[in-house]
Design a protein around this ligand. Structure first.
Ligand SMILES: NC(=O)c1ccc[n+]([C@@H]2O[C@H](COP(=O)([O-])OP(=O)(O)OC[C@H]3O[C@@H](n4cnc5c(N)ncnc54)[C@H](O)[C@@H]3O)[C@@H](O)[C@H]2O)c1
Length: 421
């Protein structure tokens, strides 16, 4: 077995997941090639510009200055690696897993694969992908045999963009291999990068671990979202019940309602699991399907609540000036992938609203919506202020004091003219 001491590492995909891995590996002494097909992203990284909020420019600049980091879009630069990690997107296309990026990444690595090297898939995917898909592609392109000539494993990523406490290094990392030697190689690699690794017996268990974590979250958010709709109809303050339930020291985990789920994980990962269950077992995964349904309806529910709020004031959405706060799916980030805020904004615009959006994390040109700054004048002029994502940067006191009507989907403020979801 080749040594797992720092050597040459290739990270395929330099996004939210791949860039932190690459930066940490440089820190502990690896020579790192960050390979990405996005030429603009590569150019930016080569100039020391990070596109990932959790990775400051200074970290990329320090990596470049060390002489041990190179960002490239040239597949030939992936040659001679000791370890390669695959961090490419795994989206859904027409409701089914789209593994085309993983396939492309494996084919590129197969050409550079040499005996004794280790390949690790980190992209989120259904159980069986590493052994049934990636192993075959690597073998086909290299002429080598997985387990005999090279090591192969799966390690799910748990990165949580914007989380100030749990980051790549201090979050325990689940590791697996297609056999005992592969597990040893994968664990040996990540032991150098993170504080704690957790070994599981096979790649399918590791793949399922990630889907379990995200499905758990998705289902619990759907539960609290549906309960919120019923509590509102019954005239009960759901937020008070959530706070009270959260005082139970065992057997309860706090989840809060919101305008819907977004990002690259919750709207997508559980469907990888239900798709695979249906394919391999022939059964519907009812919890996932129900959660998808409930969470996907939340943007429409928010629009209907706003419509009712305006209606009480004898106003229609059509022609009303609406100030939408926070377009990103998550607080204190600019990530608008699958964001419910986008769906809400487009619905309101289609209904004829005079819509203005405030999101300090987005630059004009990022979105096809009218972005404005948050100030007293904008708040006073609006018929309704809609808080979709509660970035810390917003002046909530000012909003509460000057808005005519606020619908707050995050329960960030309370007041006589403020309604919670
Ligand atoms: N973002 C998260 O919070 C998070 C957390 C855990 C797991 N994941 C999973 O990690 C994987 C990557 O997600 P991400 O958020 O980093 O995505 P991302 O879109 O931020 O980055 C992926 C990068 O891969 C590049 N890419 C695509 N095809 C490529 C190829 N063939 N070769 C080289 N580069 C290629 C893209 O250009 C992009 O820069 C996904 O499976 C995702 O589900 C994401």
């Amino acid at each position: 077995m080749r040594s797992t001491r720092p050597g040459r590492l290739v990270v395929v995909g330099q996004g939210y997941v791949g860039l932190p891995v690459a930066m940490r590996a440089v820190e502990v002494g690896f020579d790192v090639v960050g390979f990405d097909v996005d030429v603009t992203r590569v150019k930016g990284l080569a100039a020391g510009e990070s596109h990932v909020e959790d990775v400051p420019d200074e970290v990329v600049l320090a990596a470049l200055a060390s002489g041990r980091y190179e960002a490239t879009d040239d597949p030939a630069r992936t040659q001679d690696f000791d370890v390669a990690v695959i961090d490419v997107p795994t989206p859904l296309t027409d409701g089914a897993p789209n593994l085309s990026h993983v396939v492309d990444a494996a084919r590129i690595l197969a050409v550079s694969l040499t005996p004794g090297a280790t390949v690790i898939l980190e992209s989120t995917t259904y159980p069986g992908t590493t052994e049934d898909l990636v192993a075959g592609l690597l073998e086909e392109g290299s002429g080598l045999v997985a387990g005999r000539d090279f090591y192969l494993g799966y390690s799910p990523e748990r990165i949580d963009p914007g989380n100030a406490v749990w980051h790549f290094q201090n979050t325990p990392k689940v590791v697996s291999g297609i056999d005992a030697e592969s597990l040893q190689a994968v664990q040996g690699f990540f032991d150098q990068l993170v504080d704690r690794t957790v070994a599981v017996s096979g790649t399918r268990e590791a793949e399922l671990t990630k889907l379990l974590e995200n499905t758990f979250r998705h289902v619990n958010i759907a539960l609290i979202n549906e309960l919120t709709i019923f509590a509102e109809a019954m005239g009960v303050d759901v937020w008070e019940a959530i706070d009270a339930a959260s005082t139970k020291p065992f057997g309860y985990l706090r989840f809060t309602p919101g305008p819907g789920v977004g990002g690259h994980c919750l709207p997508i990962d559980p469907s990888y699991l239900s798709w695979e269950v249906r394919r391999s077992v022939g059964q519907p995964f009812r919890f996932v399907e129900l959660a998808n349904d409930v969470n996907a309806r939340m943007p429409d529910y928010v629009v209907s609540r706003l419509t009712e709020g305006l209606n009480r004031d004898k106003r229609a959405v059509n022609g009303s000036r609406i100030l939408l706060l926070g377009l990103a799916y998550k607080r204190n980030t600019g990530d608008i992938r699958e964001s419910p805020g986008m769906a809400i904004a487009h619905s309101l615009r289609a209904l004829g609203a005079d819509l203005r959006v405030v999101d300090p994390y987005l630059a004009p040109g990022n979105v096809d919506l009218r972005l404005v700054d948050l100030n007293e004048d904008e708040v006073r002029q609006a018929d309704a202020v809609l808080i979709v994502t509660d970035h810390d940067a917003f002046d909530y006191e000012m909003i509460r004091d000057h808005a005519r009507y606020v619908l707050d989907t995050r329960n960030r403020i309370r007041g006589p003219r403020v309604e919670s979801l």
